[in-house]
Write a protein that binds this ligand. Structure first.
Ligand code: MN3
Length: 249
């Protein structure tokens, strides 16, 4: 499978295309699109600082370290690595899955939150949510329930998968453990929430359901709608190669 490497620049998920410095880190920690305190009071600045500068940064560092001896794999994007785990040598397979997934998921997560949006989905996304879940309120309830029930560390997602009881594309709520991403199941992520304790414990302690409920105030619905309407523009998932996001049609 060949990457459309020319499209893989945006989002820091692609390979080092300059090729000028073989020792340069290939994967780069993206900056937060807002200040550390911007999501308060829902997520406190201390949590954001640790989460981005320590947790996410460590995933990027460990991913680069794992890939360092493998010249061919260093050209590959994170989604490609996650979707082609058979091509990743066994000694680094777990490290690439965990840290590559951690890098991809957090990069999406930062962009799907905003200090200014909140509110509700509009347009065709609103219609799709209503069709799949009955109402926005029901969707949120089911999403929160899935996140609250997920045992241990993981993520809760809204994805383009399959309509319930059919082969047609439709919206689904799924959960993943660790840092797995729904692209590994052929599903296209639209929205995600991090339910690892490091995402909420300083402020919410053991009250994960309170965190899940509060979080809706900072969801970037504009970005969710953009992903839904033009998934092909989300370059970090480009190498899906016929796998996704064609499921929308
Ligand atoms: Mn996290």
């Amino acid at each position: 499978m060949e990457l459309k490497s020319s499209k893989m620049g945006a989002g820091n998920f692609g390979g080092n295309e300059s090729g000028s410095d073989a020792s340069a880190p290939l994967h780069v920690l993206p900056p937060l699109p807002y200040d550390y305190a911007a999501l308060e009071p829902v997520i406190d600045a201390r949590t954001m600082t640790l989460h981005h500068d320590k947790h996410h940064a460590t995933y990027v560092d460990k991913l680069n370290a794992a890939l360092e001896p493998y010249a061919e794999l260093r050209r590959r994007s994170v989604p490609w690595l996650l979707m082609n785990s058979d091509a990743v040598p066994e000694p680094i397979r777990a490290a690439v899955r965990n840290n590559g997934g951690g890098h991809l998921n957090h990069s999406l997560f930062w962009r799907l939150m905003t200090p200014t949006q909140g509110g509700a989905p509009t347009g065709v996304l609103a219609d799709a949510v209503k069709k799949a879940f009955g109402s926005l309120e029901e969707f949120r309830t089911r999403f929160d329930d899935a996140g609250a029930k997920l045992f241990g560390s993981g993520w809760v997602w809204l994805v383009i998968g399959r309509e319930q009881g059919s082969e047609k594309p439709g919206l689904e709520i799924v959960t993943t453990t660790g840092h797995d991403n729904p692209i590994q199941q052929g599903k296209y992520p639209l929205l995600l929430n991090d339910v690892w304790e490091h995402a909420y414990y300083l402020k919410y302690e053991n009250r994960r359901p309170d965190y899940l409920k509060s979080w809706w105030d900072i969801v970037n619905w504009k970005e969710v709608a953009s992903r839904f309407e033009t998934p092909e523009a989300s370059t970090e998932l480009e190498p899906a190669d016929g796998y996704l996001p064609a499921t929308r049609k």
